[in-house]
Design a binder for this molecule. Structure first.
Ligand SMILES: Nc1nc2c(ncn2[C@@H]2O[C@H](COP(=O)(O)OP(=O)(O)OP(=O)(O)O)[C@@H](O)[C@H]2O)c(=O)[nH]1
Ligand SMILES: [Mg+2]
Length: 305
């Protein structure tokens, strides 16, 4: 399994040399170091306002403080991240239905499988709904994961109504006494209003079976898009209220700094999980401390190997 330190190699690489001057023991911080740090943090997609605050904290500490600069940076970064402490799979209802949404190629289908794997490991009975009826390959991909993970999959024919598949999956989850139903959906651009309407229709179909459902509406965000993925999420959130985020491909991204902007831009919507690789087990709970530590662990390789 990929670790946080390994996964954050690319982002860390972006500001490695700049940060070195700040976090090494006994570092003397001068104006040039701070300027380099500022540029690097912005390149890693940290929000400019936060960067300005961090630089000013470091300057202030340099003049009047006693803390090592690394601690100032670590505390400043950590304070901007919000973590959900409770179990994201615990909805207090059975079956709980979780709808997975996102733009094309964000990692929805893979995440659906990873979530199933994780939930099964926690002894939950899991059903998968293949509501990406847009492409035959979409359903096939989830069906293969289902076989590999030994999880049942409800699907429909290519071109059939995604809402009908979602409804059937809800029905099956009730009939078979499932704990969790994860519904994979087709990738859609946030700018296409008819595709956003299709999502709303899917929600209505699910609600015919259970008016409280979906219990989770989780958007899958590709970390390599950085801040852009948050702009997309805001538009999805307007169409169907999101209740959680899953960040994929953190391992391939050099822009993981956008995570420091989530709380500001999407208040109240927690980052629940992060994908650190392509395998079923490469999905971990979002851990704010491990994330910040992973960004600052300079001894652990800077992405050149
Ligand atoms: N490195 C890495 N690759 C990932 C991660 N999550 C998904 N991928 C890869 O991203 C690619 C797209 O993943 P899919 O799950 O098919 O994405 P999707 O959102 O379902 O795509 P569409 O259904 O076409 O919109 C695949 O090659 C996955 O293996 C991750 O956390 N890390
Ligand atoms: Mg897919």
């Amino acid at each position: 399994m990929v670790s946080w330190v390994q996964a954050l190699k690319k982002t860390r690489n972006v500001f490695a040399s700049a940060i070195q001057g700040v976090i090494s023991d006994g570092a003397e911080i001068d104006e040039l170091t701070l300027e380099q740090l500022e540029v690097a943090l912005i390149r890693a997609d940290l929000p400019p306002r936060l960067v300005a605050e961090l630089i000013s904290d470091l300057e202030e500490n340099q003049l009047h403080g006693t803390q090592p600069p690394k601690e100032v940076l670590r505390d400043g970064l950590r304070a901007r991240l919000v973590m959900q402490e409770t179990d994201p799979f615990d909805f207090g209802v059975k079956p709980a239905c979780i709808l997975l949404l996102g733009v094309n190629g964000a990692g929805k289908t893979t995440t659906c499988a990873k979530l199933a794997h994780r939930a099964a490991d926690m002894d939950r009975k899991v059903l998968l709904g293949a509501a990406d009826t847009f492409r035959a390959a979409g359903t096939e991909q989830l069906r293969l994961w289902g076989e590999r993970l030994n999880a049942p999959v409800v699907s429909g024919r290519q071109g059939s109504d995604a809402s009908a598949v979602a409804f059937d999956a809800m029905d099956a989850a009730h009939a078979r006494g499932m704990d969790l139903l994860f519904i994979d959906t087709a990738g859609r651009m946030h700018t296409k209003s008819h595709l956003m309407e299709e999502l709303r229709k899917m929600v209505r179909a699910i609600q015919k079976r259970d008016p409280e459902a979906p219990h989770g509406t989780w958007m899958i965000l590709d970390a390599s898009l950085g801040q852009n993925s948050l702009n997309q999420a805001k538009i999805f959130h307007d169409a169907v209220p999101l209740t959680g985020l899953v960040i994929t491909k953190l391992d391939g991204s050099s822009k993981a700094g956008f995570l420091f902007n989530v709380h500001q831009q999407l208040p109240g919507i927690p980052v629940l999980f992060t994908g650190l690789g392509e395998q079923a087990e490469d999905l971990v709970r979002f851990d704010a401390d491990a994330f910040v530590e992973g960004l600052l662990s300079l001894g652990s390789g800077t992405g050149d190997d």
